[in-house]
Design a protein around this ligand. Structure first.
Ligand SMILES: Cc1cc2nc3c(=O)[nH]c(=O)nc-3n(C[C@H](O)[C@H](O)[C@H](O)COP(=O)(O)O)c2cc1C
Length: 186
């Protein structure tokens, strides 16, 4: 895809085909994260790539912050857990940059996947302790996000259609509401 097509066609994907992601594409996704910018180039991120179907099922059943909100990830061939070591990043102006570092890298991974027709969905509604327990993540490491990765199903599941309706996923603020020139003018 052209760069602007990647940016403007991207959407969250919540229903997946039963089709593996080729290793070469998976490697490219990881490389895209690896070369991301970070606070003092400290590269605090760590990514766990889960391909084991039993582990994916366990995450689908048990990782939800509330009930089984993440059940839809069960069909994804890959789930990536974006982790971060806050001690390896830094704080400036009272802002913790481990979240920023890891978010940039994960988004680069997601856009690279989308460039190959592979969908993902940033998930924040997870129970950190449960994710930690399932994957053996140590206490000093934060789980920033997780995402399924896979080829989108042509027909969206009822769950996906419902979430998209509730979240009004296509709605964005007007450009004039979010940009001002030369000074704060909102
Ligand atoms: C920080 C963040 C947290 C999110 N958490 C969830 C989540 O827990 N579950 C979910 O289904 N989608 C989640 N999303 C996806 C958003 O609902 C989605 O990006 C938004 O509705 C816009 O839709 P689009 O990504 O298709 O453009 C999250 C997105 C972001 C950036």
């Amino acid at each position: 895809m052209e760069f602007d097509e990647v940016i403007f066609s991207r959407r969250s994907v919540r229903s997946f085909q039963d089709k593996e992601i080729p290793d070469i594409i998976l490697s490219e996704m990881m490389e895209a994260a690896r070369v991301s910018p970070s606070f003092q180039n400290k590269q605090c991120w760590r990514f766990i790539v889960v391909r084991n179907k039993n582990t994916i099922k366990e995450l689908a059943l048990k990782s939800g912050l509330v009930s089984k909100v993440n059940f839809f990830i069960k069909d994804a061939p890959v789930v990536v857990i974006a982790c971060s070591d806050p001690q390896k990043s830094g704080t400036m102006n009272n802002q913790d940059y481990y979240l920023v570092d890891t978010t940039i890298a994960f988004q680069q991974m997601m856009l690279t996947a989308w460039n190959h027709g592979i969908g993902s969905c940033w998930l924040a509604a997870f129970n950190e302790k449960k994710v930690r327990d399932i994957l053996g993540i140590p206490a000093n490491i934060r789980v920033v996000a997780l995402s399924p990765f896979g080829y989108p199903k042509e027909k969206k599941s009822i769950y996906e259609q419902t979430i998209k309706l509730i979240s009004q996923c296509k709605k964005r603020d007007d450009i004039t509401d979010i940009i001002s020139f030369d000074k704060w003018d909102f």
